[in-house]
Ligand binder design. Structure first.
Ligand SMILES: Nc1ncnc2c1ncn2[C@@H]1O[C@H](COP(=O)(O)OP(=O)(O)OP(=O)(O)O)[C@@H](O)[C@H]1O
Ligand SMILES: [Mg+2]
Length: 281
């Protein structure tokens, strides 16, 4: 059962959107999917139609299990079953209050990894959504992951983001012995609709086309070229999700776009990515 973590310490790069929609399409292909919301913002929770803070238990209790004076809550007790959508371990704002306690624990980087262990036989795939920070929840998500998916934008600071990620990954490796090798980069709202997704080169073609057709100024063109070079160097697989109004519409309705019942540019790209991810071990 692969555990896949969506990560980028920068906000709004499409982590939650990728997690929900890849999860939605994986579920549609008949897989048993669990989404773990590891972000106090609880957007993955709302995105699956669950009001944060209303569940008996959530990921806060899972993180606090093992801390002196707190109830033991295994991950399986905090899971909400989805009928047509992935199962969910929800989050709520409470999670933010767990972080200071975690630093006191010797096992603080592997709490999530250890919590996921006992449920491996129940699921075909587990997806973890992480917050836009470099704190304990991101680190726990990365340590628990078999595969890490980086989501990114094409904004002016995108490249600095890649640099910081490299630093975070090497710090994790130094401190925990766990090597984080990103399996895929997803560029979100890149206004590129690619006909086919193949490792490496295809997204570069997409971005090159984007530069070619959009008449961008020199500075922007240079930035895109730099992003391309960095992606080519950094990630084995990269893909682009175009801007699509169905994305926020589905999130408002509390369902993945796979459940919206209509074709859309982002839906077809996420479906394609889910096909690839579905083959990961
Ligand atoms: N392809 C898309 N088309 C249109 N809007 C999109 C698309 N992808 C994401 N968005 C919107 O962009 C915003 C940010 O996306 P999302 O919440 O997935 O990012 P995030 O990385 O999880 O953010 P955070 O770091 O705050 O957790 C959301 O409002 C989402 O609806
Ligand atoms: Mg998010």
């Amino acid at each position: 059962m692969p555990v896949i973590t969506f990560a980028h310490h920068k906000g709004g790069t499409g982590k939650t959107t990728a997690c929900l929609n890849i999860g939605g399409f994986l579920k549609k292909t008949g897989k048993k999917v669990l989404i773990i919301d590891c972000d106090p913002q609880a957007n993955a929770t709302s995105g699956l139609g669950i009001e944060p803070g209303t569940a008996d238990h959530d990921i806060y209790d899972v993180f606090m299990s093992g801390t002196e004076g707190f109830e033991r809550v295994p991950l399986k007790s905090a899971i909400i079953r989805g009928a047509d959508v992935p199962d969910l371990c929800p989050a709520s704002l409470d999670l933010a209050g767990a972080e200071p306690y975690l630093y006191e624990r010797e096992d603080h980087v592997s709490i999530l990894h250890d919590a996921v262990g006992p449920i491996t036989r129940r699921y075909d795939v587990v997806l973890i959504d992480t917050p836009p920070s470099m704190g304990q929840f991101l680190i726990n998500g990365l340590v628990a992951a078999d595969h890490t998916v980086i989501t990114m934008d094409t904004g002016p600071f995108a490249l600095q983001g890649i640099e910081s990620l490299r630093t975070i990954f090497s710090d994790i490796s130094e401190n925990t012995g766990v090597t984080v090798v990103p399996a895929m980069a997803i560029i979100t709202r890149g206004k590129v609709l690619r006909e086919e997704m193949t490792p490496g080169a295809a997204v570069m073609d997409g971005l090159r086309r984007l530069i070619g057709i959009s008449g961008r100024n020199d500075q922007e063109r240079t930035r895109f070229l730099e992003i391309m070079a960095a992606l080519e160097h950094e990630f084995p697989l990269a893909c682009a999700i175009p801007y699509d109004p169905l994305v926020p519409e589905a999130q408002k309705r509390g369902i993945p776009i796979s459940e919206c019942g209509r074709e859309s540019p982002a839906a077809s790209e996420y479906a394609r990515i889910a096909e690839i991810v579905g083959g990961w071990k």
